[in-house]
Design a protein around this ligand. Structure first.
Ligand code: NAD
Ligand code: LMR
Length: 329
């Protein structure tokens, strides 16, 4: 092994997404088949033993790219030297908990994690927030890491993007590989807007190719937007392997680039593009090159899309205002 290992910090390592994610990172799927990684796992004290068990299994896989595993119950050392941080651990909503309570509980997690990233992460740190409410948790972490460039903080809507690809591929009877330029706008929540008006199937406009407004409005959009709840209903637990797969896709694309003639969806700090208030961490169509993302510019947004983007962005603004009131951002 000649390259210096990349430090990848994963929070919530003993959770169900963690279990689906860590083996894929260690096998080279996060960064590339020639990139050694050192895993730094963060858990709450009660779950450290379970994380140790997962680490034993990681050892037992004898992954050639896995340069080491360290386990922490304190964010400060966990993020020391981190090049990539996957913030998966979050406080789930429990019975009787209001939205404000959830934001506050997560503030207690993402504020100190942002501060720890600010204090000790590597200069090239890239952060992906998976733990819900992902966009606003990313905002909390970002605002508590003032010395880190804001664009290094992103939240995951790649799962929604992949869900949209799957639904469209079934409808059109094509492979997901034939679909390009899918977009998820807004929040990773039921208000998100999966947009096929700019997508292409085999080089032709996807909405025109499908040409089924009833399906678009009453099937495709709600199916994608409510897929997380449908998985919970069916599995009795929230999506894990697909969420881990999307996290792998998000970081791999960010680091290694989007293919020519395509883009992806990432929730990133808005620069005001498409009327999304500056600073909100909202999903956009983005291209990636040389480890940097850029929002795709110049797309025409009709009234139908505008109303849906605005609804989701308004929800993000409300979440931002709520965490602002709590003194978290
Ligand atoms: P889980 O409950 O199985 O695991 C979460 C883990 O996080 C637990 O092991 C817990 O001990 C740990 N944790 C809690 N607080 C922590 C802290 N302060 N520091 C470190 N670790 C901490 O949950 P899961 O199924 O793995 O899901 C994790 C999160 O991802 C949830 O918030 C879920 O809603 C979210 N999620 C997001 C998406 C998305 O597309 N953005 C998709 C699926 C799930
Ligand atoms: C998902 O989209 O599968 C999850 O965000 C659902 C959830 O609430 O954990």
């Amino acid at each position: 092994m000649t390259r210096t290992p990349v430090n990848v910090t994963v929070t919530g390592a003993a959770g169900q997404i963690g279990y689906a994610l860590l083996f894929r990172i260690a096998s080279g799927q996060l960064l590339g088949a020639d990139v050694p990684v050192r895993l730094r796992l963060l858990e709450i004290p009660q779950a450290v033993k379970a994380a140790e068990g997962t680490a034993m299994e990681l050892d037992d896989c004898a992954f050639p790219l896995l340069a080491g595993i360290d386990i922490f119950d304190d964010p400060t050392p966990a993020f020391e030297g981190a090049n990539v941080a996957l913030l998966v651990g979050a406080r789930p909503r429990t019975k009787g908990m209001e939205r404000g309570d959830l934001l506050e509980a997560n503030g207690g997690i993402f504020k100190p994690q942002g501060q720890a990233i600010n204090a000790g992460a590597a200069d090239d740190i890239k952060v992906l927030v998976v733990g819900n409410p992902a966009n606003t948790n990313a905002l909390i972490a970002q605002r508590n890491a003032p010395d880190v460039p804001a664009e290094r903080f992103t939240a995951m809507t790649r799962l929604d993007h992949n869900r949209a690809l799957a639904q469209l591929s079934k409808k059109a009877g094509v492979s997901v590989a034939d679909i390009k330029k899918m977009t998820i706008w807004g929040n990773h929540s039921a208000t998100q807007y999966p947009d096929i008006f700019h997508a292409e199937i085999g080089g032709k406009n996807a909405a025109e190719t499908v040409n089924d407004r009833e399906w678009l409005e009453n099937d495709f959009i709600p199916t994608v937007a409510k897929r997380g709840a449908a998985i919970i209903e069916a599995r009795g637990a929230s999506s894990a392997a697909s969420a881990a797969g999307a996290a792998i896709d998000h970081v791999y694309t960010w680091v290694n680039g989007t293919p020519e003639g395509d883009w992806t969806s990432m929730a990133v700090p808005s620069d005001g593009s498409y009327g999304v208030p500056e600073g909100l961490i909202s999903s956009f169509p983005v291209t990636c090159k040389d480890g940097r993302w850029e929002i795709v510019q110049g797309l025409e947004i009709d009234d139908f899309s505008r109303a849906r983007i605005d609804a989701s962005v308004n929800e993000l603004a409300e979440e931002r205002d709520a965490v602002r009131k709590l003194g978290l951002v």
